[in-house]
Design a protein around this ligand. Structure first.
Ligand code: ZN
Length: 261
């Protein structure tokens, strides 16, 4: 059940826009997963990013030269990601896609929770923690069992085939975004006429520029984020609220088909 929302009229307006949209695309950031227990690890104040040590540990150069340090740093985050389950916001987006109301989710998150919730067209701009690549034989492996073993035993996760260290398929500092993912994201940006931002403060490029490009191509914007963003002034509707609360209410409203077309 969804609690009462403080802005029923705005929810109805947003739902109307979503029903009327020819092509609705969503961009999600860390704010959609905080209720699932994953800290916003790129934001100041979240603890993980507060010292420069962490910033260095999560860079590509550091990983190459000192992978032990990376795995030591990423251990608490990895533990939370393995335990995390999708929340109402992830489920709402999956339900909207299944009902044919949402075409794609572009995400800055590496937690894999959109796929777990059942979303199908998911573009993971910063990669995914659910897979890893062996640094020796380049085999791509699912991380769940590998990381469970690593979390229990310490050291570094290693390839079952060749014994080399595996690198989670997440984009580190100094590493380029996956070209194919970025290209797919840009195609959806061009195709959409309504762009929904969920739980992103729009501070990390190039993801942050996607809604700007969408707006420039004539799409309307709806922004759901606890903090203000640089694009609030150009959005048709802005919700400074918890993503799960807003999205659950929106999906209910869109999918119930109560309102006349
Ligand atoms: Zn290997």
């Amino acid at each position: 059940m969804v609690g009462p929302t403080p802005h029923p009229t705005e929810t109805q307006r947003a739902a109307r826009m979503m029903r009327d949209a020819r092509c609705l695309v969503a961009l999600t950031g860390a704010g959609i997963s905080t209720l699932s227990g994953i800290p916003d690890f790129r934001s100041a104040g979240s603890g993980l990013w507060e010292d420069c040590e962490a910033m260095t540990a999560a860079s590509l150069t550091s990983f190459r030269h000192n992978p032990e340090r990376f795995f030591e740093w990423v251990r608490p985050l990895a533990a939370r990601m393995l335990q995390a389950r999708p929340n109402a916001a992830h489920r709402a987006l999956a339900a909207l896609e299944h009902a044919g109301r949402l075409r794609a989710v572009i995400t800055q998150n590496v937690d894999g929770l959109h796929l777990q919730a059942g979303s199908q067209e998911v573009i993971e701009l910063h990669g995914s923690f659910r897979q890893a690549t062996c640094t020796g034989c380049f085999a791509v492996v699912p991380t769940e069992q590998l990381l469970e073993h690593w979390l229990a035993s310490g050291g570094m996760p290693r390839c079952a085939q060749c014994g080399c260290v595996v690198k989670p398929n997440v984009i580190l500092f100094g590493e380029q975004l996956p070209h194919a993912a970025m290209q797919r994201a840009c195609e959806w940006v061009q195709a959409c006429d309504l762009f929904l931002v969920v739980g992103s403060s729009l501070e990390v490029n190039p993801a942050a520029s996607l809604p700007y490009q969408a707006r420039g191509s004539g799409a309307e914007l709806i922004i759901v984020n606890r903090q203000p963003t640089y694009l609030d002034c150009r959005a048709a509707l802005v919700f400074h609220q918890e993503a799960a609360e807003v999205l659950a209410a929106l999906a209910d409203e869109v999918l119930c088909d109560r309102a006349p077309a």
